[in-house]
Design a protein around this ligand. Structure first.
Ligand code: PMP
Length: 304
């Protein structure tokens, strides 16, 4: 039994167990799909569920499909409306993680570009415990795939096999998270997360040409840090030893939100506690995503 009663498949809200695809579909055979992960934040006081930055997620979703040469979807629904409809059907009154997928259905082979199916799922998902306590990071022996091997800038399913290997290695070795370097030996990102460091009270993050996903949370953090803390972010190459020199390290992403990193390769970051700038950013971020801070209203789509 799933924690959600309904899912969305090809234009219809359907019972969770009815959201199925055939095993012969290219998405099952070769993983030919792209996806987006979004969060909806429950605001108890307002009795409202706010979906965060839907427009930006839909824009990247469209870009992922274009880059993978997908045909038009079988049903060209208004996806914002579909997201709202699904959350309403499930009557969520808690924070949720939403997954939106475009996938190659039908009997095709590796070169198939359609028919394109659309699926959306939404499930309750609280903030991870590492986000509160801090995470331990391992510099992975897996390299982040370069953009000319797999398109790092999009969310196609196959990219996540690179991430999966790194996560599994880190967890088996007793760490919470993996940091992947790129083919030039510079910091790229963590599986499904972008990384920031703080040095001399300045935020630094790998630039967009370091084989990272152009993360919506990363862009949000850059904007909030400037506006609320008066801190500019330098986007540049980051060396692995800078992770040790840094006063603070954190990672961010839709699922991970903002999570402090308290050690890298078992070397303690700062004093081993979540850093002051990281904590301030976490607080501002939470106030914005939940709508407790009314600024950036256009970033929040109300469900109810
Ligand atoms: N990198 C990768 C590879 C990801 O899958 C994600 C999650 N979408 C991120 C970074 C963080 O991106 P965002 O802030 O847009 O969720």
């Amino acid at each position: 039994m799933s924690a959600a009663e309904f899912a969305y498949l090809n234009g219809r809200v359907v019972p969770w167990d009815d959201a199925r695809v055939h095993v012969f579909a290219p998405v099952a055979k070769y993983g030919i799909g792209v996806f987006e992960g979004l969060r909806g934040y429950w605001n108890e006081e307002a009795q409202q569920l706010y979906l965060f930055r839907v427009a930006e997620h839909l824009e990247r979703y469209a870009f992922s499909q274009r880059a993978m040469r997908f045909d038009q979807p079988m049903f060209s629904d208004d996806l914002t409306e579909a997201l709202v409809r699904l959350c309403r059907a499930n009557a969520f009154r808690t924070t949720v993680h939403i997954r939106m997928m475009a996938f190659i259905d039908g009997p095709g082979e590796l070169g198939a570009t359609g028919p394109v199916g659309t699926a959306i799922t939404a499930l309750p998902r609280a903030t991870a415990k590492q986000s509160i306590e801090g995470a331990s990071a391992q510099i992975s022996s897996w390299m982040r795939m370069p953009d000319n091997v797999m398109p790092a800038r999009i969310k196609c399913n196959a990219n996540y096999h690179n991430a999966r290997l790194a996560i599994m290695q880190a967890q088996l070795d007793g760490y919470d998270v993996a940091f992947l370097l790129n083919s030039r030996g510079k910091l790229a990102e963590a599986p499904a997360m972008c990384v920031f460091i703080v040095r001399d009270n300045r935020l630094i993050t790998p630039s967009g040409t370091n084989d990272i996903l152009e993360s919506i949370t990363r862009q949000t953090v850059i904007q909030l840090a400037r506006e609320y803390l008066g801190l500019d972010t330098v986007e540049r190459d980051v060396d692995r030893t800078e992770l040790i020199l840094a006063q603070e390290v954190f990672y961010c992403g839709t699922g991970a939100e903002i999570t402090p990193v308290t050690s890298v390769d078992r070397i303690v970051v700062g004093n081993g506690e979540p850093g002051a700038i990281t904590r301030q950013l976490m607080e501002i971020y939470r106030a914005i995503v939940t709508g407790k801070n009314a600024a950036y209203a256009s970033w929040r789509t109300p469900v109810f």
